[in-house]
Design a protein around this ligand. Structure first.
Ligand SMILES: O=P(O)(O)O[C@@H]1C[C@H](O)[C@@H](CO)O1
Ligand SMILES: O=c1cc[nH]c(=O)[nH]1
Length: 313
């Protein structure tokens, strides 16, 4: 694995002659200013290349606190100067998303579900474009419900599939349905799996991930405020998902994969399972155990980043 160049900011970097286009929008060129509203950042108000030009890895996950903890963890892992408590939320003036920068690593929260992560990704990808970043890899590090796996297993997504087990994401644009592929980078997934074998206590598999638009009925749960099906119908659906190679369920992977693919960004989805859905719906595991589970995708990605940076002995 070739270590990547650090401190290489956009156009200053002589190793690269061509910029990969992360955005696919002809209208952006003619805009005098671009306001990234939900980040409270903009091309006129902020020097984005100076602030973000050296970003090489972006990690996203639902919760703001988890993404702050991940930034603090990366600060230690990368031996960054200064105190972890001084890592500030770059988006602190908005309460939509949180963003933390640690050297070449950006850690961003995206909230729950496809609409929330989609808005964040539009602005994040434009941020990378305006900052003239190159060779960036994106990771979604999250939680999920497992299908036939022991709780605590980390699933690296092979195919991100919808509720019909199709590897696609449907977006309604101007009243028409646009279908986008959710194919992820196979080499990156394999590299992450290799990293998991180099770490103790991170049981990891590569498998399909189902992305739903709801946590309760949408994931076949019997414990929501509404439920329109029987226990047997729920189990039959989970069995069908299992037959389709699905081993975990979450709520963002398809749109994350589709947008990264459209925008030429290498990406991977790494989610820990909090429970085995064949055994129940409620997440009743002790809080401390859940916290440790959530750290597993973080440890795996940290190991990958350190290897890529040539920081492993
Ligand atoms: O990144 P997180 O752990 O928030 O992702 C999953 C999918 C939903 O956003 C949420 C549901 O609890 O967890
Ligand atoms: O069951 C689960 C657990 C976490 N996240 C989900 O979307 N589903």
């Amino acid at each position: 694995m070739t270590p990547i160049l650090l401190n290489c900011r956009g156009a200053e970097c002589s190793e690269y002659t061509e910029q990969v286009q992360y955005v696919k929008n002809p209208h952006l060129e003619s805009m005098e200013e671009d306001i990234l509203y939900h980040f409270n950042l903009g091309t006129k108000t902020h020097n984005l290349p100076a602030m973000f030009g050296d970003i090489k890895f972006v990690c996203v996950g639902g919760s703001a606190n988890r993404m702050r903890a991940f930034a603090q963890f990366m600060h230690q892992e990368l031996g960054q100067p200064g105190h972890v408590d001084d890592i500030r939320d770059i988006c602190e003036e908005t309460d939509r998303y949180s963003m933390f920068k640690v050297g070449p690593v950006l850690s961003v929260s995206h909230g729950m579900g496809a609409p929330s992560i989609s808005i964040m990704l539009h602005e994040l990808i434009k941020l990378l474009y305006h900052s003239r970043c190159r060779d960036v890899i994106l990771f979604r590090i999250g939680t999920s419900g497992g299908i036939g796996l022991a709780p605590g297993t980390v699933v690296i997504t092979d195919k991100a599939v919808d509720s019909f087990f199709r590897p696609q994401f449907e977006q309604v644009v101007l009243g028409k349905v646009i279908v986008r592929s959710t194919e992820l980078d196979e080499g990156l997934s394999k590299e992450l799996l290799q990293c998991s074998t180099e770490l103790p206590d991170i049981p990891t598999v590569i498998a399909n991930t189902m992305c739903t638009h709801d946590f309760y009925e949408g994931q076949g749960r019997l414990d929501g405020a509404l439920c329109s099906f029987s226990t047997e119908e729920k189990l039959e659906y989970l069995r069908k998902a299992h037959e389709a190679g699905v081993r975990n369920i979450e709520m963002e992977s398809t749109v994350f994969a589709a947008m990264c693919r459209m925008c030429n960004l290498k990406a991977a989805v790494i989610c820990v399972t909090l429970l085995n859905r064949f055994e129940g719906d409620q997440i009743s595991t002790h809080h401390d155990v859940l916290v440790e589970y959530q750290q597993r995708p973080q440890g795996l990605v940290a190991h990958f980043i350190k290897k890529r940076l040539g920081l492993m002995a």
